[in-house]
Design a protein around this ligand. Structure first.
Ligand code: OFO
Length: 173
């Protein structure tokens, strides 16, 4: 049986992943408003990925017989100073999420919950990729100087991000 502490912490993480979904949707809306449709597409795909992250924990908890409790999702910001600022905020957000996952893994170890720790290790690996993806976009945008031509090129590049698929591992999604 999953401990109450672990159950609460995973429920909180479902909420954090839904907030991630929300913040990337807000960034997509901001970029759509600037007619940067490729960047907005990238953010929509990221939002979809966050939904899958939430559902992987959701499904895992159900598999373990732990009670899922959905909490209110906070409102994300609406504006950023520039597209670069939005991607920088995305990177900062992913670093924050990595911290959450590491804290959860520490808790699973303390609770001697090896099954949950195993599922969380998938997220540990995933966060390396999450940070690297955004970091690379931020670096390219900075290199291009944030001007019109650079934005146009990045917009075209980010338009090709494929739809994220169901991730493998315990918990289904
Ligand atoms: Fe769920 O990884 Fe991003 O936030």
């Amino acid at each position: 049986m999953m401990s109450p502490k672990m159950t609460d912490a995973l429920n909180q993480q479902i909420n954090e992943e839904y907030f991630s979904n929300y913040i990337y949707l807000a960034m997509a809306a901001y970029l759509e408003d600037m007619d940067l449709e490729g960047m907005a597409h990238w953010m929509r795909m990221q939002a979809q990925e966050e939904y899958l992250h939430a559902m992987k924990i959701f499904d895992y908890m159900i598999e373990r017989g732990a009670r899922v409790e959905l909490k209110p999702v906070a409102a994300p910001p609406k504006e950023w100073e520039s597209p670069l600022a939005a991607f920088e905020a995305a990177l900062e957000h992913e670093q924050y999420m990595t911290g959450n996952i590491n804290t959860l893994a520490d808790l699973a170890i303390n609770e001697r919950d090896h099954a949950t720790n195993n599922v969380l290790q998938w997220y540990v690996t995933e966060q390396v990729e999450e940070e690297a993806n955004v970091d690379s976009i931020v670096k390219k945008l900075k290199m291009m100087g944030g001007g019109g031509q650079g934005l146009f090129m990045m917009d075209r590049e980010l338009a090709s991000r494929p739809m994220p698929t169901i991730v493998e591992g315990a918990g289904g999604a």
